[in-house]
Design a protein around this ligand. Structure first.
Ligand SMILES: C[S@@+](CC[C@H](N)C(=O)[O-])C[C@H]1O[C@@H](n2cnc3c(N)ncnc32)[C@H](O)[C@@H]1O
Length: 319
């Protein structure tokens, strides 16, 4: 019998292979899956990480034009940044996920946690509450109400060739997104980020770099996917519907610098396991010699800026 994590991969493949299966799962997951059970309560950690990353990078969002890559179902960061005074927030996703009932959940969450969020983001609680309350759509379409207040949603939009105007954003950010994107698209996204950022603008990404199938299978460690070669992982671990690229933190920082960005801040949030509990012999030779931090990192926080250099019109990265 296959272990639970492999049964889950199989389920993704079967559902992804049925016509309309992806849409069905997209409808089901936020309503009945783990997301429904946990609600947005676990979000405070991701919000704290992103606000800390921006602060540690020496930046703010007030008065800035922001773009999010991979908003998914719950636009919590977009709403938080709007509350903190962002001029505009453009939410993007390759699949259209956001719906009216999900944005109500986000507003309930933010308004219900206004004190903690104000403290976390360094904003005034009353201002946050007023801005968030004004996002309630009432009888109007949520997209219209939000657009009038500076938050828009473009999906489906593939950020690897976004078509967005050059030098139109001050910040491009994502949470728990880039780790699911295949490497060629990731490379294109970094190039595209450089093009879309204004000089002096920056990226801020919270990258989840552990094997998320371990959430459903307590028998496997969070670095389980590093046991396999690329070919084997494609065969047993990935599917069109759920793809983990397994890139390690140093890959992302190199990708950023190769594409002309300058690192402002990086942080490795570790999974708490001890080095002596890691049996390197189970890892695939491609990963065995990595520093412990690269293996046992849960989240990698990366902020990097597009330097203020005049007259450069293309990313200096590899073509
Ligand atoms: C795990 S979800 C993101 C979770 C979400 N940011 C959050 O904080 O709850 C990853 C998202 O990235 C989106 N995505 C994948 N490839 C993309 C691309 N090339 N451009 C834009 N979005 C993409 C997926 O459709 C999915 O909604």
């Amino acid at each position: 019998m296959l272990p639970p994590w492999r049964r889950r991969v199989l389920a993704y493949r079967v559902i992804g292979g049925i016509p309309g299966g992806e849409q069905l799962l997209d409808w089901y997951r936020p309503r009945f899956g783990r997301l429904k059970k946990d609600g947005l309560e676990g979000r405070d950690k991701a919000l704290a990480e992103m606000t800390r990353l921006i602060r540690d990078a020496g930046r703010t969002v007030a008065g800035k034009d922001l773009i999010e890559i991979g908003t998914c179902w719950h636009p919590v960061l977009a709403v938080l940044f709007h509350g903190l005074g962002a001029r505009t927030v453009l939410m993007t996703d390759i699949v259209s996920h956001v719906r009216g009932e999900l944005i109500e959940q986000v507003l309930d969450y933010c308004l219900g946690h206004s004190r903690e969020l104000a403290e976390m983001g360094g904003g005034d609680e009353d201002t946050l509450k007023a801005r968030w309350s004004a996002l309630r759509p009432g009888r109007q379409r949520w997209v219209d109400v939000w657009r009038d207040r500076g938050i828009s949603y473009r999906a489906p939009l593939d950020f690897s060739h976004s078509g967005l105007p050059a030098e139109s954003a001050d910040l491009i950010f994502s949470n728990d997104c880039l780790g699911y994107i295949p490497v060629p698209a990731l490379e294109a996204i970094m190039k595209e980020s450089w093009r879309v950022l204004r000089p002096g603008g920056f990226i801020a990404h919270d990258l989840f770099v552990y094997d998320d199938l371990a959430i459903y299978d307590r028998q496997i460690p969070p670095w389980n996917f590093l046991r396999y070669s690329s070919e084997e992982w494609e065969r047993i671990g990935n599917s069109h519907f759920h793809h983990q690229n397994r890139c390690r933190p140093s890959f992302y920082s190199k990708l950023a610098t190769e594409n002309g960005l300058r690192i402002l801040h990086e942080e490795l949030v570790m999974n708490g396991m001890r080095e002596e509990d890691l049996d390197r012999s189970i890892l695939h030779p491609d990963f065995r010699a990595l520093p412990f931090e690269e293996i046992a990192c849960n989240h990698y926080l990366l902020a990097a800026e597009k330097p203020k250099v005049r007259g450069v019109s293309a990313s200096p990265g590899p073509s």
